[in-house]
Design a protein around this ligand. Structure first.
Ligand code: 13P
Ligand code: SF4
Length: 329
């Protein structure tokens, strides 16, 4: 079957918006109506008028749309779960709060911030404690806002994002379970989660490229290890990386530390991938053209598959945490 032709036919016929994250396979990405980084996708979906959303990405992204726009029917061609989001659930979140309480910080003096790469149950716990969500493109602003409360920040689940923004803001951070982490001595206390794709990039990779091409620029995502981020010329979310690379003169060499599909699509000349191993996100790559076709066809047939539902109580509190983020421009 010609899946592309069938998808184009269904797109024309159905009141549906196809959403695609930058890490999707090219053949899926090029059929999306809305593209962007995690923050842009959440904002654009909220403003979109179609009753159906087909989200090509990972589970937490589809879930976030359902939470902020509950009237929409959200389907995912593959309900693929981001490996980092799986590292924390409600009970690990409670353990992290207890870790701080046992070391002398009162619960009411903790402000939790969760990276959007987390399950709705974790976002709900954060929302219930007065906390908020952040993404890689707005973490600086969100942490700044969090600090205004005068509370200690518990940052989950990505230890790299937490530490990288703490370093950028001149704050002290520590990671629970990594050496001595005394919450009284730190401004930001991080959960020990990480993205295995972004852990592939190392300082040795940067040294290799700089030795080979002395004028090369290095641009990385803030999910990379702090040692890598410290050596980079530019750090940013997926959208910010794209803007940065596209603003460079054509003859400027640049090496990029983020997922392969995005880097490969950026520009063909003078752009390199910061790893000898192909940095593919296995879950983002799960979605195929056939999956996209099947989910659209299920809407046409009146028997939708892979629909996202969120428990009403979880959705209520997760929405508080997401809305607090979306209110900050
Ligand atoms: P962005 O918010 O930069 O799109 O990142 C999402 C993500 O999962 C990166 O690994
Ligand atoms: Fe999750 Fe990493 Fe994949 Fe992003 S690249 S979706 S953080 S596993």
């Amino acid at each position: 079957m010609d899946y592309k032709a069938e998808i184009l036919r269904l797109k024309e016929k159905l009141p549906v918006t196809i959403v695609g994250h930058y890490y999707q396979r090219d053949e899926v990405f090029e059929l999306a109506d809305i593209t962007g980084d995690s923050l842009e996708l959440a904002r654009k979906c909220q403003l979109d008028n179609n009753p159906w959303v087909v989200f090509c990405g990972v589970g937490f992204m589809g879930q976030s749309v359902k939470v902020i726009a509950p009237e929409k029917r959200v389907l995912m061609p593959k309900i693929a779960c981001c490996a980092m989001a799986r590292m924390i659930d409600g009970s690990y979140f409670d353990d992290s709060v207890n870790y701080m309480v046992e070391r002398g910080i009162k619960k009411e003096d903790i402000l939790p911030i969760t990276y959007i790469n987390s399950d709705a149950t974790v976002k709900a716990k954060v929302g219930q404690m007065g906390g908020l969500v952040c993404t890689s493109s707005n973490a600086y602003k969100i942490i700044e806002k969090g600090l205004e409360s005068g509370k200690k920040i518990l940052f989950v689940p990505d230890r790299c994002l937490g530490q990288n923004f703490a370093n950028a803001m001149g704050l002290k951070s520590c990671v629970i379970g990594e050496g001595e982490c005394d919450p009284k001595e730190a401004d930001i206390i991080c959960f020990n989660g990480f993205c295995s794709v972004h852990q592939l990039f190392t300082v040795d990779d940067i040294k290799f490229y700089r030795q080979k091409y002395p004028d090369i620029l290095v641009a990385v995502h803030p999910e990379c290890d702090p040692s890598v981020v410290k050596e980079a010329d530019f750090v940013g979310s997926t959208s910010q990386l794209i803007k940065y690379v596209q603003s460079l003169p054509e003859d400027q060499k640049v090496v990029v530390g983020t997922e392969y599909n995005l880097v490969n699509r950026l520009r063909k000349k003078n752009t390199y991938v910061l790893s000898a191993t192909k940095p593919e996100c296995p879950t983002m790559n799960e979605t195929t053209l056939e999956d996209l076709y099947r989910v659209l066809k299920s809407i046409e047939d009146g028997e939708p598959i892979n629909e996202i539902f969120v428990d009403a109580k979880v959705a209520k509190y997760a929405k508080l945490a997401l809305d607090r983020m979306l209110e900050i421009k």
